[in-house]
Design a protein around this ligand. Sequence first.
Ligand code: PLP
Length: 382
Amino acid sequence: MKKRYLLAPGPTPVPEEVALKMAQPMMHHRTPQFSAIFAEAAEDAKYLFQTKQDVLILASTGTGGMEGCVTNLFSPGDKVLVINGGKFGERWGKISETYGLQVVWHNVEWGHGANAKDIEAILSEEKDIKGILVQASETSTTAAHPIEALSKLTRDRDDILLVVDAITGLGVFNLPMDAWGIDALITGSQKALELPPGLALVGLSEKAWKFNAQSKCPRFYFDFKKERKNLADKTSAYTPAVSLVIGLREVLKGIKEEGLESVFKRHDRLARATRAAVEAMGLKRVAPDSPADSATGAFVPDGVDGGKLVKSIRDDFGVTLAGGQDQWKGKVVRIAHLGYIDTFDIIIAISALEMALAKLGAKVEFGKGVAAAQKILMEGYQ
Ligand SMILES: Cc1ncc(COP(=O)(O)O)c(C=O)c1O
């Protein structure tokens, strides 16, 4: 027997109560009963997004929300600035190029957040940039980009949008869409929303809806105008992911009850504890100066194969973490702490990391990382 634990940056664990709600007999989506659930979820999503605008609920993974933003807000030939600090920044560029947009690539060294001053300089050089496409939390490197500072560059201009992939940011740290003037904000169900994969949620500002009216990219399934019209009738254009929407309503109810401030505090505490733990173990963090609260990454010790380490933690110890991608493949371990993750999940993850490192022959002082985490985790009980 092996008990399993999931601390990867998505999918994240689903609370049993939510899973049970989603297990109820299937209901038809064109019914007043389902419409009420759909409308309630869409209304409560506004709280999560900190917006008065509609939040679209799409049957898709997060990438569909990203693609929908490109095709619904821009036109072929439009120039967009892509902040490329990892795999998901790169994805913004690939989607944009697929639809014939002109991409200005701004490469950021992996593990770092973009510098808003550099972006300001690019915008003053290239006055025809119509959008900045960025991640709130670049999951592949565990670094956060400075969304508030970027929003100050775009919010008072009517010719440029700030489009934020917050797939591992929303519901983790503060991203007030209306207050900061974020024009498009995207999340996915399998991260902080504690649900299985399959939903993308997208909020658009009034400015973004004006861009939508001018946008000429081809689109069919992801047609935000059509979805918004349907949302006004408490439904979606196509068959919604019924069970996931039922789960979404449940999770959003919980987030509202807990309050966003507590949700952010909870993630902040787990993130600080995990960072302290890996540092106490003598590991070098991969995003030292702008870590996101969604996951913590660290370089594995010299002589240890990161791929084997992650495999051993999963297969020998039953704990699923994430490794590094691309240039960091085999070099990095990432521990996620977003969504339905609490104090003792962190203890388990750190403890498993210590034990797996020892199993692979690394020099480990048992309990050092765990003790460092415990010191910070205690804050939640005082
Ligand atoms: C920051 C970020 N953007 C985009 C994605 C892609 O989302 P999905 O796999 O749901 O399409 C992910 C998934 O991990 C992510 O973390």
